[in-house]
Design a protein around this ligand. Structure first.
Ligand code: C2E
Ligand code: CA
Ligand code: CA
Length: 629
């Protein structure tokens, strides 16, 4: 919308420039006229031409008054009219009196031209008409008795013809200037419309105009009992194209896709009337297709298949073939939704289902998705409530040193007592918190409370170990996060070496500057960093050296598979341990549930361990009891 504002400002500026130009013109011409009239008037009086002299001086005085009014009110139209009146009156006086030595008539030409140029077109036409009629009457009718001088017939005819020609030229110039202005203004207005309703990159309708279209269409479909299908398309791997080839290449790809999308929904299908309005770009790499008047929901799948086929063998842009695909969600009116917002929302949810399942496919909105959606909404509501009503709490999971079985650290885990979240653990509510942005508040709440707990543990219960705090991966893209952690550390006067921050390995985005910066900033605070769920992500092992990590937390699925038949799984713990040794990192095994697992880990040199075999996550009182034993 900032574009629109720029254009409107542009339009206003143009009007202002035009106003200033006319203002200056009126001002300068009046000043010149006043000086000229005073001089000529005085000469005439001195010369004995009292009538002419008086007329000229009175005109000059009116001119002065006009200048004053213009300055005070800035009303240009009035100033131009008064000035025109003066000039008209002056011309008539010059014709009637003949001016000095009968040269007055010559002065009428420039005066006429000026008169036309200070006006807009139509007032100028008026003055042009008035002047010519008045001069014809004066020169060719009995009114000529008013003349104080005499003109030959040839002189009068030449005068009238020249005046007509001159005035016509001036009017034509005025007209074309005005038209040029109008065209420019119209172009500006078109731009505003285009930018407000259409996406600048692809030229497709934008989210706003799409919603308006959809509202209209649904209202009509409701009356005519029609079905409308909506495809929600999201490109897969588009981000990689942007990252790898730059945003311009990304833009070109989006443009190309939008063109081909238009072609894909156009073909022979009689039941679809393809029009520009049935396509829209909602955001980044998200597009929608409207299928008005389909017979049954399955008709939409034919179009979805055609769209997916566009990506067969990748999408080529500027000679580079990009391996991108699409995930498509389909919802149908009135089967899946009755309002525009709901219809879009449900197609979006179906699209996520497609993305989560196998990508490059389409999915219809189903009851199952509806249930998931409802649950997510409920979780979101519960989370907001929990934040405002203090319904979060922490449980504490002791971490043991494998060599001597002492508690060396405590991991805090989040719980939520909100009634909406009954039976729902962090595994389910954290992703919702991440998707909705609530996570930022939650993470800070957890850190704040974990540090408070640590202080009590150290002061009252002589705890010497670390407190381990989980933070969401989204914080790695939040450049303000380290300074917030720093503030909390200072506020609670906690020394950073007693704090370990756990981030899941999958949150690490290779080559992402912000991500690396955040990690470095956290490291500089002096807290230690653990890569949680290690082994489940795709960290190239050689990259480990670039992360300022202190500890690898072996994912519990690998501990679980320690004695599995599948060698690739059972060996994973060993592989991670050797790796950790190589990079001088501490290793924590999580999810230790049996004595056999514990013995294996101890014998193979694992540093620390946690799991149900050693201790469940404990409420505060139980933790304190355990520590004092
Ligand atoms: P995580 O960081 O990997 O936490 C360990 C999870 O495994 C905990 O589940 C814990 O109860 C469970 N666990 C530990 N030992 C065993 C075991 O021996 N057997 C089994 N079956 N499970 C074990 P929880 O508390 O449900 O947490 C799940 C995930 O939620 C955590 O995984 C973490 O990613 C996230 N989470 C938990 N608390 C927080 C928090 O305060 N902030 C953030 N951002 N995420 C949190
Ligand atoms: Ca953890
Ligand atoms: Ca973990």
């Amino acid at each position: 919308m900032t574009h629109t504002r720029e254009i409107t400002t542009g339009q206003q500026e143009m009007l202002a420039v035009r106003y200033r130009r006319r203002y200056r013109l009126c001002q300068i011409l009046t000043i010149l006229g006043v000086l000229f009239l005073f001089a000529l008037g005085t000469f005439s009086v001195v010369d004995g031409a009292y009538v002419l002299g008086t007329i000229l001086i009175v005109n000059a005085l009116v001119g002065l008054l006009n200048l004053y009014l213009l300055k005070r009110t800035g009303n240009i139209e009035r100033a131009a009219t008064i000035l025109s009146g003066i000039l008209f009156f002056l011309s008539m006086s010059l014709i009637i009196t003949g001016g000095k030595d009968n040269t007055g008539i010559l002065w009428v030409y420039p005066i006429g031209a000026i008169n036309l140029f200070i006006n807009r077109f139509w007032p100028a036409v008026f003055w042009f008409g008035a002047f010519n009629i008045a001069s014809v009457l004066l020169l060719f009718t009995p009114l000529s008795t008013l003349l104080m001088t005499s003109y030959s017939f040839v002189e009068t005819v030449r005068f009238i013809l020249t005046m007509l020609a001159l005035n016509s030229i001036c009017l034509a110039a005025l007209r074309s200037e005005e038209q040029a202005y109008q065209t420019i203004m119209q172009l500006h207005a078109d731009d505003i419309r285009q930018m407000a309703y259409y996406d600048t990159l692809t030229g497709l309708p934008n989210r706003w105009s799409f919603k308006t279209n959809l509202e209209r269409l649904l209202a009509r479909a409701g009356k005519d009992k029609e079905r409308i299908g909506l495809l929600y398309i999201d490109l897969d791997n588009f981000k990689q194209v942007n990252d790898q080839y730059g945003h311009e290449a990304g833009d070109r790809l989006l443009f190309k896709f939008s063109e081909r999308l238009g072609e894909a929904i156009r073909p022979t299908d009689q039941l679809l009337k393809p029009q520009k309005e049935s396509l829209a770009r909602l955001a980044g790499d998200e597009f929608v297709v409207l299928l008005p008047n389909i017979k049954e929901p399955l008709d939409a799948s034919a179009v979805a298949t055609r769209v997916l086929n566009l990506f067969d063998g990748g999408l080529e842009v500027d000679g580079v073939t990009h391996m991108i695909y699409a995930s498509i969600g389909i919802s149908v009116y009135p089967d899946d939704a009755t309002t525009p917002t709901e219809l879009i929302h449900h197609a979006d949810a179906a699209m996520y289902d497609a993305k989560n399942n196998s990508r490059n496919c389409f999915r219809f909105f189903t009851q199952k998705i509806a249930d998931t959606l409802r649950q997510r909404q409920q979780i979101e509501k519960g989370l907001r409530e929990a934040l405002s009503e203090e319904q979060f709490s922490l449980v504490y999971m002791p971490i043991f040193d494998c060599k001597n079985n002492t508690i060396v650290a405590v991991e805090v885990l989040l719980r939520c007592q909100s009634p909406e979240l009954k039976g729902i653990g962090p595994d389910q509510f954290i992703p919702v918190a991440e998707a909705t942005g609530i996570i930022k508040d939650i993470d800070l709440w957890v850190i704040d409370n974990a540090l408070q707990a640590l202080i009590i543990l150290r002061k009252k219960h002589y705890f010497k170990g670390k407190i381990c705090i989980n933070i969401s991966g989204v914080e790695l893209l939040n450049e303000h996060f380290p300074s917030k952690v720093k503030n909390l550390l200072e506020q609670h006067k906690v020394s950073p070496e007693n704090v370990e921050i756990e981030v899941t390995e999958t949150a690490f985005i290779a080559d992402n500057e912000t991500c690396l910066e955040t990690l470095k900033a956290l490291n500089e605070l002096g807290v230690s960093l653990a890569l949680d769920d290690f082994g489940t992500g795709y960290t190239a092992f050689s990259q480990l050296i670039h992360y300022p990590a202190d500890c690898l937390k072996i994912d519990r699925s690998f501990v679980n598979d320690l004695f599995s038949e599948r060698e690739a799984r059972s060996k994973m713990v060993m592989v991670i341990q050797s790796l950790a040794k190589l990079y001088d990192l501490r290793v924590i095994a999580e999810g230790v549930e049996t004595e056999a697992q514990m013995n294996y880990l101890r014998e193979n040199g694992c540093d620390w361990a946690q799991g149900y075999y050693l201790s469940r996550p404990l409420p505060w009182d139980n933790l304190v009891k355990l520590l004092s034993e």
